[in-house]
Ligand binder design. Structure first.
Ligand code: F6P
Length: 322
């Protein structure tokens, strides 16, 4: 009789809406293949502590619409030390996991790649509202977060127009301009300031003045948190533009909420692809989305991919704001 394969699932780093849809799909597809599945609590920290339990198809019932992650998550900076990576791999061997499904962002991916060097097999599903994992056009949670931001932008625009004010809206994105850029396009903002591209405050001031002369009643600027301080930007604009400036920091509300249909569907598809890959003996891959298809990018290739850059759309925003 062939051995029953044993899979662990963990969610790591910042939580993202749709992680539960991915867990649910991993558990249910695995069951169809006869694999046993274990939920590891609180990310790599839980793996380190041996904090896991078997989960069944029944356990994930009613979770597809839930935000957050039922497994809990954490950041585990100790994994940056190679000694910890080696010890962790030895623990995984002892636990008997044949694969660990890791749902998380770039830090979680790096952890999985390092663990693979010490013999731990894993498959990573991109889970981050920042949508900044290389090689995948999509990451779980990014659509919900974008819609949450859009809802806020629409509301802020109402009051901005009534008072004829400028609003600087800070959104998440430590290293990535995805949320800032896409919410600026979809929210009809006047500028997006992102970590990938330096911006020129004088050019911004003159752009805002031109718009004011055209009779525009508000100015909305979306600032990615990794692009610099909104307070400094406010200080640089106040008094130089013909609008009073206000700041809104959206913060962690961007990470919560029930996932959109898109996030639920994509999480389910990526999970199915991940389990099918593992069943075929394929692991140490990032399961991504590329040209409408699920793809498995080997960890060896992931390291050669360039970081994503959303600065191309700066022009889109400029043209549409006039
Ligand atoms: O990793 C995703 C992210 O949302 C970043 O954009 C943000 O900088 C970070 O998480 C915030 O993390 P924390 O909740 O640990 O403060």
């Amino acid at each position: 009789m062939s051995k029953v394969l044993k899979a662990g699932i963990l969610t790591s780093g910042g939580d993202a809406p749709g992680m539960n849809a991915a867990i649910r799909a991993l558990v249910r597809v695995s069951a169809c293949f006869g694999h046993r599945v274990y939920g590891i609590n609180h990310g790599y920290q839980g793996l380190w502590n041996g904090d896991y339990r078997e989960i069944t198809t029944k356990d994930v019932g009613g979770t597809i619409n839930m935000g957050g992650t039922i497994l809990g998550t954490s950041r585990f900076p100790d994994l940056l030390q190679f000694e910890t990576v080696k010890k962790m791999s030895a623990k995984v061997k002892k636990y008997g996991f044949d694969v660990i499904y890791v749902i998380g962002g770039n830090g979680s991916l790096k952890g999985a790649i390092d663990l693979a060097r010490c013999g731990t097999r894993s498959i990573v599903l991109p889970g981050s509202i920042d949508n900044d994992l290389p090689g995948s056009s999509y990451s779980i949670g990014s659509d919900t977060a974008l819609n949450t931001i859009l809802d806020a932008v629409d509301k802020i625009k109402d009051t901005a127009s009534s008072h004829e004010r400028a609003f600087l809206i800070e959104v998440m994105g430590r290293d990535s301009g995805y949320l800032a850029m896409m919410s600026a396009i979809s929210g009809g903002a006047d500028a997006a300031i992102i970590p990938e591209r330096k911006f020129d405050i004088r050019k911004l001031v003159s752009f805002i003045k031109t718009r004011k002369k055209m009779g525009k009643k508000n100015t909305i600027i979306i600032v990615a948190e990794g692009a610099g301080s909104v307070e400094d930007l406010k200080a640089g604009l106040q008094g130089k533009i013909p609008y009073d400036v206000r700041i809104v920091i959206l913060g962690h509300l961007q990470r919560g909420g029930s996932p959109t249909s898109f996030d639920r569907i994509m999480a389910s598809r990526l999970a199915r692809y991940a389990v099918e890959s593992f069943d075929k003996g394929i692991y140490n891959i990032l399961c991504g989305f590329h040209k409408e298809e699920c793809v498995g990018i080997p960890f060896s290739s992931v390291k050669r991919l360039k970081p994503k850059d959303f600065s191309n759309d700066i022009k889109t925003i400029e043209y549409l704001a006039l």
